[in-house]
Design a protein around this ligand. Structure first.
Ligand SMILES: [Mn+2]
Length: 199
């Protein structure tokens, strides 16, 4: 499944493929852009199939419902939503188009890389673990971004060692996505990525 959205501030592409042989994807995402900003969330439910989907889809629902909250409040809401469920790794990214600011928080193995045209990378180190309703501390990162910056958020079903190079040498989300096609054929895990270009 490929899904795209664009306005004058962002161009975005989401790609998702369930693990081979599974009809239900254990990863879930939420993406929304307005004239003011963007929010996206990606969750990888523990395990695979419907049990994993139950956890990860709880995250996409809660983020959709409370998308105006700040990122750290959203992370705690996500944590609470996973009580009595298996758990999930979660990343949330928000962008404010007016101030050119992004805020990012993550627990677990979902990765985020941003490449800025002045040849800088942002890739916050992951916090290990997963959310399951237990007490959890969150690290929230705030950065300003340059016009033309592009980013990727991906679940661990995508394993590409040269991902940073692809972000640097390919500009549009479509171009970057095309470069990743060969890496989506492994089929050994649910795979989701969100690529965005910020203007
Ligand atoms: Mn996974």
């Amino acid at each position: 499944m490929i899904w795209t959205e664009s306005n004058e501030h962002i161009q975005a592409l989401v790609y998702q493929l369930p693990k081979e042989g599974k009809s239900v994807c254990g990863d879930s995402f939420y993406f929304n852009a307005t004239d003011e900003g963007m929010i996206c969330a990606l969750a990888d439910g523990l395990g695979s199939g419907s049990m994993a989907h139950e956890s990860s889809s709880a995250i996409s629902s809660i983020v959709k419902e409370h998308r105006d909250d700040d990122v750290s409040s959203l992370m705690e809401r996500c944590n609470q939503a996973l009580k009595q469920k298996r758990g999930a790794t979660v990343s949330i990214l928000k962008a404010d188009f007016k101030t050119r600011t992004i805020v990012y928080s993550s627990v677990g193995n979902i990765r985020f890389i941003l490449y800025a045209p002045s040849d800088k990378y942002i890739y916050p180190l992951p916090v290990t673990g997963y959310l399951s309703g237990k007490p959890q501390t969150y690290k929230t990162f705030t950065y300003t971004y340059e016009k033309g910056s592009r980013f990727i958020i991906h679940s661990d079903g995508l394993a590409v060692s040269s991902l940073r190079t692809y972000l640097k040498h390919h500009v549009t989300p479509e171009d970057i996505s095309n470069q990743l096609e060969a890496y989506t054929k492994m089929g050994n895990d649910d795979l989701t990525y969100i690529i965005g270009q910020l203007f």
